[in-house]
Design a binder for this molecule. Structure first.
Ligand code: ZN
Length: 368
């Protein structure tokens, strides 16, 4: 009898453990959340950190929910303002001068241009020639060329009418020992006509603005601008790009990666989120310090990484962070047809881009 009761006790505690396992939700898409709300109970909901427990066994959940749940220990999560305990640094006057060249009107113009196209989702490559996605790829190639970059496309998937490709622009250093600093933004959308201004024409505007300002500067390292495709369908472009780096033994040549995804909606207090995994906290703390030195933004550090193109890089242990707007007062038009230029704060986006410029100037080694 005794043995039996301890088996019962053990079974009970295992069940209890199973029921109280916490999961990080890996999608905050509003329609997804609505479809799956009844299967989970909220444990923490604070901006990017959305932790749930399950109301029923994992195996019985809808597949799309299973795929977007990551078991997590809540004490390993970070969601707070930067510590700034270890460093005091002065602003470099030359970098400060260069950040003044970031112009809100340029950002507004770029966002207007790309968000005025037809659907930029990747599936439109199957519906007709010269779809919104294809036009975006072509326009970015021209834009990168105009900024003096060496342009190529990495096509990783055949589509019915046009291939699905990443557009890559390299600003090459004359230094024979140059390594690479990489800046990423996704060019596709979830697929509304004339929308996706914040998600992610804003990131594209960031790539273009930094490339414009650094056009006539020289660096010790290469700067690689990657407009990745297929983010909304599962980081397909960034995954293909990382796989290519790995295949060619070039992962070790990467000094760091910066990803911009949704950098232009600002409801409350100029807050930005810097997201990475715990092993790269030093990197994002340093980025947070740059935000204090060169912008009017208040940085918040978030771990672990989920939901954007930083994930495939981090999986390969490449130092990477995501720069994203304040997720605690997030864009009500996220993944909706109302994500248009009207909701954009170009001055805020300009501050985000100043930060990226300051980071890039230092990481890529601006020549004196
Ligand atoms: Zn996005």
């Amino acid at each position: 009898m005794k043995a039996l009761s301890s088996i019962i006790a053990l079974t009970f505690s295992l069940n209890l453990w199973a029921q109280t396992q916490d999961y990080l939700l890996l999608s905050h898409d509003p329609a997804f959340l609505e479809r799956n709300a009844s299967y989970t109970k909220t444990v923490i909901r604070k901006g990017r950190t959305y932790v749930v427990t399950l109301n029923q066994a994992f195996e019985t959940l809808p597949l799309e929910l299973q795929k977007n749940l990551e078991p997590i220990k809540t004490h390993e999560i970070i969601n707070q303002e930067t510590f700034f305990s270890f460093a005091s640094q002065d602003a470099d006057p030359r970098i400060a001068e260069l950040t003044k060249l970031v112009k809100p009107e340029n950002i507004r113009e770029s966002i207007g241009l790309y968000s005025n196209l037809e659907k930029r989702a990747t599936n439109v490559l199957d519906t007709k020639k010269n779809s919104g996605n294809k036009l975006t790829m072509d326009m970015l190639s021209l834009e990168f060329r105009a900024q003096g970059l060496e342009v190529s496309s990495q096509c990783y998937r055949k589509r019915k009418f046009d291939d699905e490709c990443n557009i890559i622009g390299i600003k090459r250093s004359l230094n024979p020992a140059a390594k690479n600093y990489i800046m990423v933004a996704h060019l596709d959308s979830v697929g509304w006509d004339k929308a996706a201004a914040d998600d992610n024409a804003s990131g594209l505007a960031g790539l273009i603005e930094v490339a414009r300002i650094t056009k006539n500067l020289s660096f010790d390292n290469n700067i690689i601008y990657v407009a990745v495709n297929g983010e909304e369908t599962g980081f397909n472009g960034s995954t293909a790009y990382v796989a290519d780096l790995k295949r060619n033994g070039r992962l070790n040549d990467v000094l760091g990666v910066l990803v911009m995804d949704m950098i232009a909606y600002n409801k409350k207090g100029n807050i930005l989120n810097l997201e990475t995994n715990n092993e790269f906290l030093d990197y994002v703390e340093w980025v947070g310090i740059q935000a204090k030195l060169y912008t009017n933004l208040t940085p918040k550090i978030i771990t672990p990484a989920w939901g954007s193109d930083h994930v495939p890089f981090l999986k390969e242990k490449v130092p990477t962070f995501l720069l994203i707007e304040n997720w605690e007062a997030s864009n009500p038009c996220y993944h909706k047809s109302c994500d248009t230029l009207a909701n954009i704060d170009a001055n805020y986006a300009a501050e985000m881009i100043k930060l990226n410029l300051a980071v890039t100037l230092q990481k890529a080694g601006l020549s004196l």
